[in-house]
Design a protein around this ligand. Sequence first.
Ligand code: SF4
Length: 339
Amino acid sequence: MSAPTAPTGAATREFPKPILVISECLEFEPCRYDGARIRFDLVKAVAPHVEYRPVCPEVQVGLGVPRDVIRLVASGDRNLLVQPATGRDLTGDMEGFAARHLDGLGEVDGFILKSRSPSCGPGHVKVFDQAESRHVIRRGAGVFADAVLERYGDLAVEDEGRLRNHRIREHFLTKLFALARLRDVAQGGRMAPLVRFHSAYKFLLLAYSERDLRQLGRIVANPGRERFEAVFAEYRSGFLRALGDTPRYTSVINVFQHISGFFRKGLSGGERAHFAELLGRYREGQLPASAIASLLESWAVRFGSTYILDQALFAPFPEALATPADSGKGRAAGRFVAR
Ligand code: SF4
C-alpha cells in the first residue's frame, strides 16, 4: 500500500502554455530597420512556458532589412504610417496586413509588442506633424498595435519597455496564465472545470475586486441553467474586467488576513504575532507580498488545506518566472503584485 500523498505547495503546479504573439525583433530575428535584434531577457525566460507566435509587420508588408525609417504622421485625427525617404504612405498596406494576420491567428492569450515602434508600439509612439518634421504633436499607438488593441485590448497586451517594471510584468504574467487556463476550461465545454477554476481564483479575484468576485460567483452558479457557452462567455468577460489593473495593496492585506483565519485555531500566540508583524512590514512597503504568501502556504501544507494550496494567488504563473526583488515601483515582489 502506498503512503498517502501530502499536500504540496505552489512550486509543483502545472500550467497550460499561453499562446503569445511577439514582435519578432525581440530576441527572435534581426529584422529592425537597422538590422538589429533587441535583447530582452524575459523573452528567453518565458520561452519554455509559452507558445510564441513571432511576427514582424514591417517585413510582412514587404519592407526589407535594413530599410529606411518609417514614422507616424498626423492627418487630422488619423495617424498615417509614412516613409519620409521615399514618400510612401504604408498605412493601407499595414492595416490590410494587420487585419489578415489577426483574422488567421486563431486562439491567443496575449501580446508582447516592441515599444515606440510606429508599427508595433501599443502606446506613446511619437506622431509627427509632417513626414520630414521633428515636431511631435501627439503620441499614439503604432498601426499594427492599434489593430491588436481594437480586437484584443482586454487580453494580456504589453510592450517590452513597460514589462521591465516588476509590478506590470507580474500583473501581465498573472493575466496571461489565467487566460491560458480559461482556454483549457472552454475546450472541455463543461461547467465543472469552470467551477473549479473559479474556486482556485477566488482569493486572487478577491484581491483584485470583491465586487467582481461576487458577480463571477453568481455567474458560475448558473441559476438560469443556461448553456455552458453562454455562461463561459459571460464569466470570461467579467474575469477580464476584474483583472483590468493591478490590485490595491490594502485589498491584498485583507486577503492575507482572510486566509490566515483558516488556520487561526491551530496557531500559537507567537505565530499570530509574527504574522501581524509581517503584515505591518508589508503595509509599510518593507516586505514583499511573496514573504507573507510563503508563510500562509507553509501553514496550508502543515494543516493539510488543499483548498488554500490550490489557490492561484500562491502561484498565478510558473515559479521560475517570479523575480526575487522589487523594481522599487511596486509595493509587492515575488509571486503577487499590488499598487
Ligand atoms: S518593431 Fe515590429 S515592425 Fe519593427 S522590427 Fe520589430 S517586429 Fe518588426
